[in-house]
Design a protein around this ligand. Structure first.
Ligand code: AMP
Length: 192
């Protein structure tokens, strides 16, 4: 069963492509941004700890996110497949994920990197901000999220490339075109 994650800047289409990919492979779609927003909406302790970081466009501290994802993946029983969106976002998170996977003999099959030029990302996010009402979709916060992505998350591209599991996919074009490229990028992988 597929264990994949998306590695892409905000606005690149993770949330558009992720659910379909997960459905096609019959695995859960786990988006840490969605989980955190649900915690904020419910006023849970995690939500209370995360909300200020999210509103500023900064990353929520690693220990909090790592625990949240670990709990989601391991309870009530360990998931053997999933599509992750928005995790890991730092080297420390990637190392934590590698440790869990190694201990269970089930590391990631593929890391899908969606590449989209910055000006296209900005255009998309302005559109999304009009529709989503997300508090972090205004332009200044978005620019900051992009900077945070480049500083904290982009180094993971090299991290996963050196492990041989990075698949780079052109994220421009229609939803169907990008979806087709994603499937092609997974072709031939041994998904056991
Ligand atoms: P997203 O919906 O993936 O763009 O995430 C929205 C916000 O949630 C991010 O800007 C972060 O503040 C927070 N967040 C989501 N995933 C993570 C993560 N893996 N590590 C730290 N913060 C995260």
């Amino acid at each position: 069963m597929l264990r994949a994650l998306f590695l892409a800047p905000p606005g690149a289409g993770k949330g558009t492509q992720g659910p379909g990919l997960a459905r096609a492979h019959r695995v859960p779609y786990i988006a840490t941004g969605d989980m955190l927003r649900a915690h904020v909406a419910d006023g849970t302790p995690i939500g209370q700890a995360a909300t200020a970081y999210m509103d500023r466009g900064e990353l929520v501290p690693d220990d909090l996110v790592v625990q949240m994802v670990y709990d989601r993946i391991t309870s009530p029983e360990r998931l053997s497949g999933f599509v992750l969106d928005g995790f890991p976002r730092t080297i420390a998170q990637a190392e934590a994920a590698y440790e869990w996977g190694r201990a269970a003999g089930s590391t990631f099959h593929a890391v899908l990197s969606l590449t989209v030029p910055d000006d296209e990302l900005l255009r998309r996010i302005v559109e999304r901000g009009k529709q989503s009402g997300r508090s972090d979709d205004d332009l200044d916060t978005f620019r900051h999220r992009l900077e945070v992505y480049k500083a904290e998350t982009e180094p993971l591209i090299q991290y996963y490339r050196s492990r041989g599991i990075l698949r780079e996919v052109d994220g421009t074009g229609s939803v169907d075109e990008v979806g087709g490229r994603l499937e092609a990028a997974l072709d031939g992988l041994d998904l056991t």
